[in-house]
Design a protein. Structure first.
Length: 167
């Protein structure tokens, strides 16, 4: 399944509703080149009355409902649509990340579609979260994320070196 049309729609709705949410997890890692797959799309957001109103409006635009399942995850708001199994998780806290503000500062704005952008957690934050969660499914991708992070760092060092040679 090509997730691009869905991510473009979600990015547009996040912008339309002025809902600042940061894409985390494997979906965020995949957008940054990590060879991982996922069946869910996770966001971190600040739980404020305004954000909760905007989340309800976003769910309405997607013809979805917001569920509050019982999980050991703090502050989970699951946006779900029965027609096609769409599931977006909006969380107010994630393992290994002390603040939404810090995550936002380190996040990347990745263009998607025609003019939309998604805020995506840095690979190092995604890896930190997975290590802190310690679940088997998170441990299974830690090496892949670390390798992608190492390759990204190596490329950035190479680009910095080549730009210094031109100066």
């Amino acid at each position: 399944m090509d997730a691009a049309p869905l991510l473009i729609r979600i990015a547009g709705l996040l912008q339309q509703h002025n809902l600042e949410a940061i894409l985390i997890g494997n979906a965020g890692a995949a957008l940054q080149g990590a060879p991982v797959t996922t069946v869910d799309i996770d966001f971190l957001f600040r739980k404020t009355p305004a954000n909760l109103r905007e989340l309800k409006a976003l769910a309405n635009d997607l013809n979805a409902v917001i569920l509050r399942p019982y999980y050991p995850v703090s502050g989970l708001y699951r946006t779900s649509r029965d027609d096609d199994g769409l599931q977006l998780d909006f969380m107010t806290a994630i393992h290994g990340i002390p603040s939404c503000e810090g995550l936002r500062r380190r996040a990347k704005s990745i263009p998607i579609g025609d003019g939309s952008h998604l805020r995506v957690a840095s690979l190092s934050d995604i890896l930190r979260s997975k290590k802190a969660a310690g679940r088997a499914r998170d441990r299974a991708v830690e090496d892949v994320l670390q390798k992608t992070l190492d390759e990204e760092s190596h490329l950035q060092k190479g680009e910095a070196g080549s730009s210094q040679k031109r100066d």
